[in-house]
Design a protein around this ligand. Structure first.
Ligand code: 0RA
Length: 685
């Protein structure tokens, strides 16, 4: 699955259905009572006709306004049908009766869900003149909740039930293995009973369970093609969140670009511990073990797993309620964040990482840097709120999570002092970096307010104050800097000479890096701050042009600068503001005149034109070999120069090379240097 457990296609309209999903006995909901129980004045309750009418009206309402029930008739809504059916099986698993769910996309595009639960009851329903199975398939919100002995915790996002799937399908087939018999029934055209429930034979020995096959109605959905990867991601997430539950998926449709015809099996005995391990798999964990605790409250429970990695991301916190992503967070996340900050501060101060009266408290963001955590709560009546119904509103869960974290995280820290120490150390580093970035930003902002007075001494600024026409040339070496200064168009071109190699930003933490004078000049000149604080709209130039020699050292400094921009001013790269100047590679003489040739192609073209040319072609070693007018003509004049615009991808490659070359992983570095030593051009962008 992808890195984070996001729901697919977030652009679609949010589901509205849960707003009017009533609990069993509510009568004041927006959904009319006749949809559920036939308690209308017009038709007598209990009579078969009344029920038949009721049922059809209910399903008809779903067909008229599908968006109300499944969110949309686009891909999200279509996949929702599968989740709705699978959720019913998951409910059965959560009740302790089902261990395996098999999902198959059939050859003809239908979807089959097989579970080994108890099987939907086949007897007559106490309230309706039909079998319980028929009620589940045709009455809105019937689900598993009837009979008073419903599930305590239900996973169905909208609780709309399989009947909604039936309403939106051109065909549905159900098979139930129960009490030693196999039963079957089918529906067509949006829930019209085709074959009523009958015994078709014996169930396989000792087997109980339910099979639901449905074909999404092409007159309702924009497209009835399921996307296998979307389903795989979802099922993997469900398997992580339901410890020990086996979910299998295969796709039998012919001629797929990816072959999923064999079952992919998801089963995680470690549950959310395995989830955290999975998310940190591509990262370097700060310590080996994954922390875990759980707590059960009054009709609610919480489970939390966590591990820090050495990275700097602070978006690794994922929360769930009843197995559903709460992408907008909510009360469970609030409780965890608050307690995490408190517990870790308490620990850091009492264990000597921080000194009372001397050090500031760590902020939540410092502690969450590099944290991968899963918060999974289960509660009987989840309230999903917010824009996309992705925010958990139940207030009671906040105190449960907070209390659990207060107690159990503190315990975990006591029992795992090495892990605790590593984590606190990292959080302290992060807080220093945050402070340093803030003061760097304050400094650069304050200075740029003073009409250039605070700009670095080495910067020769341009006259224009319009970033759109302003260009900053970052020039390697002071002598080349001098030529560039002389050559430039002073209205639009600023020159910043950079001496030597700027600090390797890969190994240095941002706080150390910001003490480097070359880096300070760079940040001050550009003017948009640095790191998480960087603001592209305050950049003083829309072209930042790297001008360095065409030799190994030049490549090195270019790569360093690109790494810096990629890491600390990514928006500049994304906006396409970073360029590499292309000084000529060759020079030669025609009579007394010195001619510059950009590259081998230019050289070949020149030779074709001047077949008798005997003169040498000198390979240009440094920018210093050109005087100001030559530099202008060949490299800086907007009419004649060629600039290489740096894409995010190119910057990322530079970053990657540097992670290996300059990072802390000595083994990779050795390997890289051994395998690439002969090719110095690998650094060349
Ligand atoms: C209603 C009551 C019971 C189970 C179910 C529904 C049920 C529904 C589905 C849908 C897919 N798989 C399912 N498995 C079970 C309780 C049954 C009992 O008390 O025996």
């Amino acid at each position: 699955m992808a890195d984070a457990p996001h729901d697919e296609t977030p652009s679609e309209e949010p589901a509205e259905a849960e707003a009017d999903a009533p609990s069993e006995n509510t009568t004041d909901s927006t959904e009319s009572a006749e949809q559920r129980t036939g308690e209308t004045a017009a038709v007598a309750p209990g009579s078969y006709d009344a029920e038949a009418i009721t049922v059809l009206e209910g399903l008809e309402a779903v067909r008229k306004r599908p968006g109300m029930y499944i969110g949309s008739t686009g891909p999200t809504g279509l996949h929702h049908l599968v989740y709705e059916v699978v959720d019913n099986s998951v409910d059965e698993a959560m009740a302790g009766y089902c261990s395996t769910i098999e999902v198959t996309i059939l050859e003809d595009g239908g979807c089959e869900v097989v579970d080994n639960g108890r099987g939907i009851p086949v007897g007559k329903h106490p309230k309706y003149d039909m079998t319980a199975a028929e009620v589940v398939l045709t009455v809105l919100h019937a689900g598993g909740k009837f009979g008073g002995d419903g599930y305590k915790v239900s996973g169905g996002l909208h609780g709309v039930g399989v009947s909604v799937v039936n309403a939106l399908s051109s065909k549905v087939e159900v098979e139930i293995d129960r009490e030693g018999k196999r039963h079957a029934m089918s529906f067509e055209d949006g829930g019209n009973l085709k074959d009523k429930l009958v015994v078709t034979g014996d169930a396989p020995k000792d087997r109980t369970g339910t099979t639901v096959r449905f074909w999404a109605d092409p007159t309702i959905f924009e497209d009835t093609d399921f996307r296998a990867q979307t389903l795989l991601d979802r099922f993997q997430m469900m398997a992580f969140l339901n410890k020990g539950l086996e979910i299998k998926f295969r796709d039998l449709r012919p001629d797929r670009p990816v072959d999923n015809s064999e079952f992919t099996v998801f089963k995680y005995d470690g549950g959310i511990i395995d989830f955290v391990e999975h998310l940190n798999q591509s990262k370097e964990a700060l310590f080996d073990s994954v922390g875990y605790f759980e707590q059960v409250g009054d009709g609610e429970e919480v489970e939390i797993a966590f591990q820090w990695n050495t990275g700097f991301n602070s978006d690794g916190l994922h929360s769930f309620a009843n197995g559903i992503t709460t992408i907008e967070g909510g009360m469970h996340e609030e409780g965890f964040r608050k307690s995490l900050t408190n517990v870790v501060n308490k620990y850091a101060f009492s264990r000597g990482g921080l000194k009372e009266g001397k050090d500031d408290r760590l902020q939540g963001e410092d502690i969450r840097e590099g944290l991968t955590a899963i918060i999974s709560v289960r509660l009987s009546e989840p309230q999903f709120e917010g824009q996309t119904k992705g925010k958990l509103g139940n207030v009671s869960i906040r105190s449960l999570v907070e209390k659990a974290t207060n107690e159990k995280l503190a315990e975990w820290l006591e029992e795992n002092p090495n892990e605790g120490k590593a984590m606190v150390h990292k959080a302290i580093q992060a807080s220093r970096a945050r402070e340093a970035a803030r003061s760097a930003r304050d400094l650069t902002r304050r200075k740029s307010g003073l009409e250039g007075a605070g700009l670095p001494g080495k910067l020769t600024d341009c006259a224009s104050k319009d970033p759109a026409e302003s260009e900053l040339y970052i020039v390697e070496g002071n002598s080349a800097g001098g030529s560039a200064k002389e050559a430039r168009n002073p209205h639009t071109m600023a020159i910043l000479p950079i001496r030597g190699k700027i600090l390797n930003v890969e190994r240095a933490r941002i706080d150390k890096m910001l003490k480097n004078t070359e880096v300070q000049s760079l940040i001050a000149a550009i003017g948009g701050g640095v790191g998480v604080e960087f603001d592209n709209s305050e950049a003083r130039y829309h072209k930042v042009i790297l001008l360095a020699d065409a030799d190994v050292d030049g490549s090195h400094i270019r790569t360093l600068l690109l790494t810096f921009f990629f890491r600390q001013m990514r928006e500049l790269v994304e906006a396409g503001y970073i360029y590499v100047a292309q000084p000529p590679l060759y020079s030669t003489k025609v009579g007394k005149e010195k001619i510059y040739l950009k590259d081998d192609i230019a050289k070949d073209a020149f030779l074709e034109e001047h077949p008798k040319h005997k003169e040498e072609f000198a390979r240009l070693k440094g920018l210093g070999e050109m005087d100001a007018s030559e530099l202008w003509e060949t490299t800086m004049d907007p009419e004649r120069r060629t600039l290489l615009q740096i894409s995010v991808e190119q910057a990322a490659i530079a970053d990657d090379i540097f992670s290996v070359l300059m990072g802390d992983d000595v083994e990779s570095r050795k390997h890289f240097i051994q395998t690439n030593a002969k090719d110095v051009r690998f650094l060349d962008i």
